[in-house]
Design a protein around this ligand. Structure first.
Ligand SMILES: [Zn+2]
Length: 408
């Protein structure tokens, strides 16, 4: 079986033997992808980036504008001597994705347009693990309604991030241990709940860490990086792997379950059924337990922990020291295995990075071999909780980038 990869990162070359019309549509996608990924550009910059001639670029820009997915403004931008050149940019409203994140302690929805512009967003803190899947679907639909009402054309699709094992081809969640979900046909449930009448919306579901990785790769700390590991810290811990600029999902799509790497053989039982998994010692529950905080995991408990760290509370400082050590142990395994350029930390690992860092770096230096260790920069993500939403939107917008004409 071929390993599964996202083809949303690098444009695919046009197939040999393409008709002129196919080639034109392909090239429209290439130009739109550049605008979407890298931001506004002049025609000459687009020509340099694609290797296409001036007149071809002029035609493609005209076509993209006619499709409603790009705009060209005459506003001058100083690019050296000579005539100021017009700037071409992706038109966010030209294709809007509904992005959804179902986390253990919150639900978020956002409308995201071309260029990665977040048009509107809403997040509600809630103990999602206490809700049945059908209740979560109802809540997502209720939150999405007002956001979608602002877009007469409707979204091009829905992308959903969940903390579980997802079969990508039909958005079926096999298991989400920290939500207590088993065998949930999430994509079809959401499609029916969100679509008008008998026309369900197309829904794509993926693992939250895979989408967090995609979000940071496209919009955050991973921009321009070839090989990256994104580690998402929540109640559970997940990893999204990017190898040579492409998301690596594994043979059947379930790669990156780093939270269930064995790091402490004599340790605690994990919700997955095994013992001593990474998330039992580096997840949010382990952190709060060590800090003596009884609140349920979530934004409030983390804010409380940060307050205690600010005031120099010794138990809180000890907790981040211990958890930082375990985070470093797990990262050592990943760095040895994958030799990443960048390790991006998300979730509570990002929020508490400055506190976790000393013991994390010590453990990482002790565990990882010197050469891959020196190549890997461990950095906090820049997108925070929006990384998953950006990734979910990318999943949907990839279809528009592949063929902007089909959208029009
Ligand atoms: Zn486990």
């Amino acid at each position: 079986m071929q390993p599964q990869q996202d083809d949303v990162v690098a444009p695919v070359p046009a197939r040999a033997g393409s008709t002129p019309s196919q080639l034109r549509r392909h090239n429209m996608g290439v130009v739109l992808e550049l605008l979407h990924r890298d931001g506004p550009a002049s025609r000459s910059e687009l020509g340099t980036a694609t290797g296409l001639t001036r007149s071809t670029i002029a035609d493609l820009v005209q076509d993209l504008v006619a499709c409603g997915v790009a705009v060209e403004s005459g506003s001058a931008r100083p690019t050296g001597p000579g005539r100021p050149s017009a700037v071409v940019r992706a038109r966010p409203e030209g294709a809007v994705a509904l992005a959804v994140e179902v986390a253990v302690e919150s639900i978020a929805v956002a409308t995201v347009g071309l260029g990665g512009e977040v048009l509107a967003t809403e997040r509600v803190e809630s103990a999602v693990d206490a809700l049945a899947p059908a209740e979560v679907v109802d809540r997502v639909a209720a939150m999405a309604g007002p956001l979608l009402a602002q877009h007469a054309e409707g979204p091009v699709g829905v992308g959903v991030a969940v903390p579980g094992l997802v079969r990508r081809r039909d958005g079926f969640v096999h298991v989400a241990p920290n939500l207590g979900w088993q065998e949930v046909a999430l994509a079809s449930m959401l499609g029916r709940a969100l679509g008008p009448g008998d026309r369900p919306l197309p829904v794509q579901v993926a693992n939250e860490a895979d989408l967090g990785a995609l979000g940071e790769l496209r919009r955050g700390a991973g921009r321009g990086v070839g090989t990256m590991v994104y580690v998402s810290g929540d109640v559970g811990i997940g990893a999204g792997l990017v190898i040579d600029g492409r998301a690596m999902l594994g043979a059947t799509g379930y790669a990156g379950e780093a939270g269930h790497m064995l790091v402490d053989p004599g340790g605690r039982d994990c919700r997955c059924g095994a013992r001593g998994c990474w998330e039992t010692v580096a997840g949010e529950e382990a952190l709060l337990r060590a800090a003596g905080i009884d609140d349920a995991p979530g934004a409030r408990a983390l804010a409380l922990l940060r307050d205690r760290l600010r005031s120099g509370d010794p138990q809180a400082e000890h907790a981040v020291g211990v958890v930082g050590h375990w985070v470093g142990v797990g990262l050592g395994n990943l760095v040895n295995l994958l030799n990443p350029e960048v390790v991006v930390l998300g979730g509570h690992l990002q929020q508490l990075h400055e506190h976790l860092r000393p013991s994390l770096e010590t453990a990482l230096a002790a565990r990882a071999l010197a050469q891959p260790r020196s190549a890997a920069h461990v950095v906090p993500g820049t997108q925070g909780r929006q990384a998953q939403l950006h990734g979910a939107a990318e999943l949907v917008l990839a279809g528009v980038l592949r063929d902007p004409v089909a959208r029009a």
